[in-house]
Write a protein that binds this ligand. Sequence first.
Ligand SMILES: O=P(O)(O)OC[C@H]1O[C@](O)(COP(=O)(O)O)[C@@H](O)[C@@H]1O
Ligand SMILES: [Mg+2]
Ligand SMILES: [Mg+2]
Length: 346
Amino acid sequence: MKIKHYTHSDSSLAYSVGTTLDRFIKMKQEEFPFASGELSQLLRDIALAAKIVNRETNRAGLANIGGAFGQTNVQGEEQQKLDVIANIRFTRALTKGGEVCAVVSEEDDEVIDLQNGSGKYVVAIDPLDGSSNIDVNISIGTIFSIYRRVTPIGSPIQPEDIMQPGNQQVAAGYVLYGSSTMLVYTTGHGVNGFTYEPSLGEFFLSHPNMCAPEDGKIYSVNEGSYNLFEPGLKAYIEKCKSQEYSARYIGSLVADFHRNLLKGGIYMYPATAKSPKGKLRLLYEANALSFIAEQAGGMATDGHGRILDIQPTSLHQRTPLHIGSKKMVEEVGEFLNVGKESTVKI
Ligand SMILES: O=P(O)(O)OC[C@H]1O[C@](O)(COP(=O)(O)O)[C@@H](O)[C@@H]1O
Ligand SMILES: [Mg+2]
Ligand SMILES: [Mg+2]
């Protein structure tokens, strides 16, 4: 009887397209002999909540899921039902998982202390990103940042556990609920993307080692605020137009960021005369995507400095964000810092 030998020792097989998220996390953990498995479990908890929220987003057109919730959050924004549902689902998964001691959420005014004496991690989360697109069936997302607490485990949560700069993230990622649902994350060793297969209830590796093209021809900015932009930014946008770059703006940060990460491009939510700090939040939007961008070879600034080096001072603080292909972010920085008038003749 002939026996076919199947050589499984080839570790690259483990990271080949089609590998399940669970298996990928396990293999990655084995690369770090001192890893205790808690971060792996936390990533699995987030993936579980993402599957549940994915199911809800697919039903967003139905009365009991779509529409306004009837309350405003700390940002003064009207909460959508799905903002609240996603917030509950992720907070519950992080609580049940047992790895997390505190959560910072866009939908909660204060830090959520999970009263978990053994929790090692702090999670900052935007449970539902792109809320204005929920009811119009356009891609939306979830964004998360993971930090290790800095005070002793079991001791009361302190501000320094929460107010950590983005360069202290141990992991970060996003979920994109679009034509397909993807989970993209980094633990500081490159960026990998997984696509959800609903009939199997599994995320499968579909985008190994994601790399942002160094340059691109897509710019994403809400030009409705053009008149409020500073001269340098106007000049940069005119330059993009003169070179016939494509203007693409979905109005869901995760979706705009994801497209530009794959195709090459820049997303900008700048400071304006009206909002000198822009709109996006440092702790649970900008930091996570900036970690991903840098890990994929891209770049992220507030127009003047590296997002990941900003020392947070308040939970829901905002920051201007210029993120994406390295050459484009560098160039917009030059335009902003020189503040050049437009030299392009239309
Ligand atoms: O409508 P605007 O001002 O262009 O803002 C759109 C931006 O606001 C956001 O919706 C803010 O995020 P939330 O939906 O999580 O509040 C981003 O996803 C998006 O990029
Ligand atoms: Mg958001
Ligand atoms: Mg949100």
